[in-house]
Design a protein. Structure first.
Length: 652
């Protein structure tokens, strides 16, 4: 029989776990829970690392961890620090015994690993440790002397683009810290502004994670309704173990829902890779590039059971994920067959404390048959970044705004679908891939293309982790149908673009000169043929289009089919009213482009040889608009069934 184990801050780990005799720690309940059991946690702050020892036995016999209904439960990787000494010039000092940290002192460990980027050898290194004042993280500075002199900053440099971006809260920037780790104590100097740290709540993170099993294959866990925060998570590249503040650690069937997750040093939710298939070998060994180790990890994962029966099929939904240094959601290999939906994601990597090539609100490698739906993503250095093996992936009904860039799809071969989204930032899409279908989106920024002829990446059999082959990125083999391009500030878009003006345009102009059919493509290749291995060369692949709308100066490609080009400008705004967030859109004339879209309109992907299908193997159905309204038959271009003239939609 299933049991309910109760946990309370007033309980005892020697108790029975009943409502009248609750346990004291969630981790003690994790030691006792069996398949089908529920762990109900009552109000309070729990400073612990919860390590589930076993999982459920299936979808119908999960182990569920939940906050008691109506009660606020905070699980944190931090500990409070008191007895601060004021040493002058607004600087406070405290000595923390190293015994507080357990096995690893995060103030002694640098943010490091494959794909981390530092401008110079002497560039100041950031650490996993953090100091919090009343729940807000302070910034790290290189020396104790810098604590007294920290300036108020209104903007920071974005390392990816080299441009300056505004700081959301300039008054917070002089609040900084520096730590010196000794043999027995860690000495922290900090500036708290006008606050007295002995009268406020000051915490430091001491644990590397908050909710994370030590063993692999702890399956079918549900985590619901908690505040999960302040973990010293390490950098999570695709060629390493990918720790998160919370995550399954190489398992199947987790549900992470309805939580407030914030302040991971690097990544919050990890659905990612484990260490045996590679753990920062490129930076540790220095003998091969990260690309090669990443390729090897795909085959290594297959050898240890990377398949639908053992890995993935997670659900991450209805969470509020914010204020993390690298990612809200990260995953390589372990994210397959999952759903990421209805999350509110913001303020990811906005402090620019460190930089590497793996930073985004959602950053996934090998997102096979992953659905990313109905998320609201804003104020991130990059919104969604799908990298390698984006196949069977669907990005649908998301709204992204005020990001440096919204969507980046890199070195993938498809088929993947991007439909019914609003991409309202200066850069809407960076496409370093092929085999995509972009259907009924509203794009307010640029679209960029780039061939990738130096990296051949894998593709797979349909709905499977089995590798079918690998190929370079020629670009093209894309389908753009029923999209609305409302060009914004082109200079701002170029400033935010990661690789300059080449191949980046408003509208679909980056596809100028592309072939418009497979027959045309093959004919042109035949004219250049000097032997089969050179037949295809580096020639771009076909571009299919129909029913796209262009206004505000957005330009249609010279090979565009049936474009509707309008004069005037569009209005696309995200408006905050109290606790509510609304999308307001007015695109005059766009509703004149009326069309029906089905999977039959999407030619199969050339290299992979697959049709556009949902994860269940049925043809992709474009039957729901951005607002969740059903679609049947012809409708106006863009993401809303009723069109884009004076439309208003509540987002949050």
């Amino acid at each position: 029989m299933a049991h309910v184990l109760h946990v309370s801050v007033d309980g005892s780990d020697d108790a029975a776990g009943t409502p009248d005799a609750p346990l004291r720690t969630i981790d003690r309940a994790a030691r006792l829970a069996r398949p089908g059991d529920t762990v109900t946690v009552h109000a309070g702050t729990y400073r612990e690392w919860v390590r589930p020892r076993r999982g459920g036995s299936g979808e119908n016999r999960r182990i569920t961890y939940q906050a008691a209904p109506g009660e606020h439960v905070r699980i944190t990787g931090s500990e409070p620090v008191t007895d601060w000494e004021h040493v002058g010039e607004g600087v406070w000092r405290v000595e923390v015994p190293n015994t507080l940290f357990g096995e690893v002192n995060p103030f002694a460990v640098e943010v490091d690993g494959d794909w981390i980027v530092r401008p110079g050898r002497d560039d100041p290194r950031k650490h996993l440790g953090a100091v919090y004042l009343d729940g807000r993280r302070l910034l790290e500075v290189p020396t104790a002397a810098d604590v007294a002199d920290a300036p108020r900053r209104t903007e920071v440099v974005d390392d990816w683009t080299g441009t300056t971006v505004p700081v959301a809260d300039p008054d917070r920037t002089p609040r900084v810290w520096h730590a010196e780790v000794g043999a027995d104590v860690t000495t922290v100097h900090a500036s708290f502004g006008d606050a007295d740290p002995n009268a406020a709540l000051v915490e430091i993170n001491v644990r590397p994670t908050v909710f994370w099993p030590t063993d692999h294959h702890v399956d079918f866990i549900t985590v619901r309704g908690f505040e999960l925060c302040q973990a010293a998570t390490q950098w999570a590249p695709p060629t390493a173990n990918q720790p998160g503040l919370i995550g399954p650690n190489w398992a199947r069937g987790w549900v992470i829902e309805g939580n407030d997750i914030h302040d991971a040093t690097c990544s919050a939710v990890s659905l990612g890779k484990e260490a045996s298939t590679g753990d920062n070998y490129a930076s540790d060994r220095g003998d091969k590039p990260g690309y090669q180790y990443q390729l090897e990890s795909v085959f290594s994962a297959r050898q240890i059971g990377w398949d639908r029966e053992h890995i993935g099929s997670h659900v991450v939904r209805d969470n509020h994920i914010h204020h993390c240094g690298q990612n809200a959601v990260v995953g390589h290999l372990g994210c397959v067959f999952s759903r990421i939906e209805r999350n509110h994601i913001h303020d990811i990597a906005n402090d620019r404390e460190f930089y590497g090539h793996e930073i985004a609100g959602i950053k996934l490698h090998a997102p096979l048959d992953v659905v990313i739906a109905d998320n609201r993503i804003h104020d991130c250095s990059l919104g969604i970044w799908l990298d390698w093996q984006t196949q069977g992936t669907r990005i649908t009904r998301n709204v992204l705004w005020d990001n440096s860039r919204d969507l980046f799809v890199e070195v993938s071969h498809g088929p993947y679908v991007v439909d019914h989204n609003v991409l309202a930032s200066p850069v809407s899409v960076e496409n370093h891939s092929q085999g995509g279908a972009y259907v009924r989106n509203l794009l307010c920024g640029t679209v960029g293309l780039k061939q990738m002829l130096d990296r051949a990446t894998p593709y797979h059999r349909a709905h499977s982790t089995q590798v079918a082959g690998y190929a370079l990125i020629l670009t093209g083999d894309d389908r753009w149908i029923g999209n609305v391009f409302a060009a914004g500030d082109l200079d701002a878009a170029y400033d935010a673009d990661s690789w300059g003006r080449i191949g980046s345009q408003t509208g679909t102009a980056a596809y100028d000169g592309y072939p418009t059919s497979l027959e045309q493509y093959l004919t042109e290749m035949g004219d250049r043929w000097d032997g089969d291995h050179n037949r295809f060369g580096s020639r771009v692949q076909p571009y299919w289009s129909r029913g796209n709308v262009f206004l505000g100066g957005a330009r249609a490609a010279d090979v565009e089919h049936e474009p509707l080009v309008l004069n005037g400008t569009a209005r696309v705004e995200v408006v905050t009213q109290g606790d509510e967030v609304w999308l307001e859109v007015d695109v005059p004339g766009a509703d004149a482009a009326v069309l029906d879209v089905t999977a039959a309109d999407l030619p199969p992907v050339r290299l992979v040889g697959l049709e556009f299908e949902d994860a269940d193997g049925h043809p992709t159905r474009f039957d729901t608009d951005l607002a969740g309204e059903p679609l049947a038959g012809p409708h106006p271009a863009g993401p809303l069934a009723g069109g884009l003239t004076n439309a208003r939609l509540r987002l949050l």
